[in-house]
Design a protein around this ligand. Sequence first.
Ligand code: ADP
Ligand code: MG
Length: 314
Amino acid sequence: MADQELAIKIRGLRKTYAAEGSSKEKEALKGVDLSIPRGSIFGLLGPNGAGKSTTINILAGIVDKTEGTVEVWGFDIDEDIRNAKANIGIVPQEINFDVYFTPFEMLELYAGFYGIPKAERRSDEILKAMRLEEQRDAYTRFLSGGMKRRLLVGKAMVHSPPILVLDEPTAGVDVELRQHIWQYVRELNKSGVTIVLTTHYLEEAEELCDEIAIINHGELVISEKTPDLLKQLDEKMVVIEPVTPITEIPDAIKTIGGKLNDEGAIVIHFSPSSISVGEILNKISATNVEIADLRTEESDLEDIFLQLTKSKEA
Ligand code: ADP
Ligand code: MG
C-alpha cells in the first residue's frame, strides 16, 4: 500500500521503560511494524501487558519511543510533531479529567488549547453526537461512567482530526453501553474518520474492525484483514497414522484436503467450523485405511486466541 494511503505508519518501534526503584528495565515494544490504512477501523488486539497502551501513548506523544519511526497522516513525529498531533485524537484508557468544568466548558477549553477560533468550534455539535446535550452545563463529576467516556471521545474530536484512537473504549463498560460505543465508532468511520482501537476482546475486534493486528509481549504476531485473520484462527491440522504406511491417498480423503507425508501418514488441514474431526474419521473409516494413531494440532494463532479469551474471563 502506498504511504499516502496510510493513516499511521510505524516501523521498528521499540520502547524500553527505564528501571525504577526495585523494578527492572522493561522492554515493552520489541520492534513493531504497523500499517494502518486511511478510512479503516483498525483493531490492535492483545492480552494485558502486550504493549497496546505503550503504542498508543507514543502516538499521543505521552511516551517517548526508544527506537523506530512513526508517521501520523504522513507526518513523522520526530520531524513534525505539530502536524502529527493535529491529525490525531486520542482517547486514553484511564478516565481522568478535571471534574469542575461542565462538558461544554471542557470542550471549549480544549478547542482553545488547539488554537481553534471561537467561530470554528463545534462544541455543541460534538455534545449532540455524544448524546450529551442534556448534560451540556452539568458538572462533570455528576456524569455517569459512560457519559464521562463519551465526553473523553468528544474531547479527542475538538480539532476534527482524521484519525481517532481509542484505548480500550469498552473495558469495564456494560453490554448496552458497549453497543452504543460500537455504533458511534461506526458512525464516525462512515463520516470518514480512521479509527484505531485497542481491545483484549477478540469478538470486539471481529465485530468492528476491518483489519486486526495482534501483539503479544511487545511483538507483532500478525496483522491482517479481519476475514483473513479469522480464516487462520479457524484452522486445525490432524495427522492420521495408518497401521501400515500408505503410498496413495484414497480419493474420499483427497476431497477433504488429505495429503501424504514422508512417513506415509495422512495430514489434513481443516476448518473446525466446516468439518469436525468425527466427520473426518467417518470418511476415513469408509476407506480401507486402518487407523493406528491420530493427533490434532492447532495453529499458534489459536493458542493466542485461547490466551486472549482467558484474559477476558479474568
Ligand atoms: P497493554 O496496554 O497492552 O496492557 P502496556 O503498554 O500498558 O500494555 O504495557 C506493556 C508492558 O510495559 C507491561 O509489562 C507494563 O507493565 C509495562 N509498562 C507500561 N507502562 C510502564 C511504565 N510507565 N514503566 C514501566 N513499565 C511499564
Ligand atoms: Mg492498555
